[in-house]
Design a protein around this ligand. Structure first.
Ligand code: NAP
Ligand code: ZN
Length: 349
């Protein structure tokens, strides 16, 4: 089936309307009519080939929500009409150690929602800036929020799980002091989630204009990270810092804020490396510098259920598909509160 989409034909070209084909649903497939798709900074990195290896045409989008419009003969967990989501993963090997543990995100055969190899035309996966997608049932999530919240649920599928997973892994909760660095799409979700988990949350921002917002999102304290005195006041006090910044920066400034045995986990994935951290910053307090990638399918479902239960959605700005290029420019300037979401109904023209 041919559907309308938005994509780029080259790294230096803007996104434009294109038509793509979707496979007919196989026995284990779910066909989803996409209602909304969030705009992740990873989409921009990929479209512009900042991580290299982008195949064109490139249709990004891995924060997908919509309704099931068809299911294959062997699908048991989803029915036509259900509200569902698809995040960053559309396939994996299904039999390795990681898949067995529900950590498909760490499977060597993980297939991402865009720019990964697939037998379907054109030979690589095409993402959610499109009217429809067909996905194996294992990678389709149930949504417990209401239809009215649906657009604001979309960012949970990447920004939500990418912050939820490290917060859970490193035991954010009551009695823990957690820092969230960068208040963008990921960071604003990190603040909401860490707050809902009961941690003491401190947000770090380069933008003075976001200080009041960060408190409203659930931060107990907000630090302007360019201010050395504000940074020094937080020294050696954090159990965990989740760093979402999308650009290279001085990691030592944040490592120095960890207490003994504290961890800073990087989730931001800049196009070029950070300056090397100082080894002594790790040695002296037995600190750890770690990384974390999205989350597995069971944990993504757990995160969606947690958010439905706690009334958590993203703060979004709904855009038309033809506003995507200016949205990218605004995202680069940190000028979004706090996630753009495409209304895919506007793809019809
Ligand atoms: P975003 O909405 O653009 O937010 C990034 C935030 O970082 C900005 O709002 C800004 O916050 C802060 N920042 C400070 N200096 C910056 C600079 N020079 N350039 C850009 N941002 C700067 O991006 P996002 O969608 O949250 O994604 C953040 C990063 O995570 C991206 O690199 C993305 O590819 C990556 N990512 C990783 C995973 C994973 O699995 N690990 C998943 C999704 C995304 P302040 O204004 O508060 O300083
Ligand atoms: Zn993403």
């Amino acid at each position: 089936m041919t559907v309308k989409a938005y994509g780029a034909h080259a790294a230096e070209r803007p996104l434009e309307p294109i038509e793509i084909s979707r496979r007919a649903p196989g026995a284990h497939d779910v066909q989803i009519d996409i209602a909304y798709c969030g705009v992740c900074h990873s989409d921009l990195h990929q479209v512009r080939s900042e991580w290299a290896g982008t195949q064109y045409p490139c249709v990004p989008g891995h924060e997908i929500v919509g309704r099931v419009s068809a299911v294959g003969a062997h699908v048991s967990g989803h029915q036509v009409g259900d509200l569902v989501g698809v995040g960053c993963i559309v396939d994996s090997c299904k039999h390795c150690h990681d898949c067995d543990e529900g950590l498909e995100n760490y499977c060597d055969g993980m297939i991402g929602t865009y720019n990964f190899p697939t037998p379907d035309a054109p030979g690589w996966t095409l993402g959610g800036y499109s009217q429809q997608i067909v996905v194996h049932e294992r990678y389709v999530l149930r949504i417990g929020h209401s239809q009215a919240q649906l657009a604001a649920v979309a960012p949970l599928l990447c920004a939500g799980i990418t912050t939820y997973s490290p917060l859970r892994h490193w035991n954010a909760g009551p009695g823990k002091k957690v820092g969230i660095v960068g208040i963008g799409g990921l960071g604003h979700m990190g603040i909401k989630l860490a707050h809902a988990m009961g941690a003491h949350v401190v947000a770090f921002t380069t933008s003075e204009s976001k200080v009041a917002d960060a408190k409203a999102l659930g931060a107990d304290d907000v630090v302007v990270s360019r201010d050395a005195a504000q940074m020094a006041a937080q020294a050696k006090s954090f159990d965990l810092i989740v760093n979402t910044v999308a650009a290279p920066h001085d990691l030592d400034a944040f490592m120095a804020l960890l207490k003994r045995d504290g961890t800073m986990t990087l989730v931001g994935a800049p196009a070029s490396p950070h300056p090397s951290p100082d080894v002594f910053n790790l040695i002296f307090k037995r600190r750890s510098l770690a990384g974390s990638m999205i989350g597995g399918i069971p944990e993504t479902q757990e995160m969606l259920d947690f958010c439905a239960e706690h009334g958590i959605v993203a703060d979004i700005e709904l855009i038309r598909a033809d506003e995507i290029n200016s949205a990218y420019e605004r995202m680069l300037k940190g000028d979004v509160k706090y996630r753009f979401v495409i209304d895919t109904a506007t793809l019809a023209g």
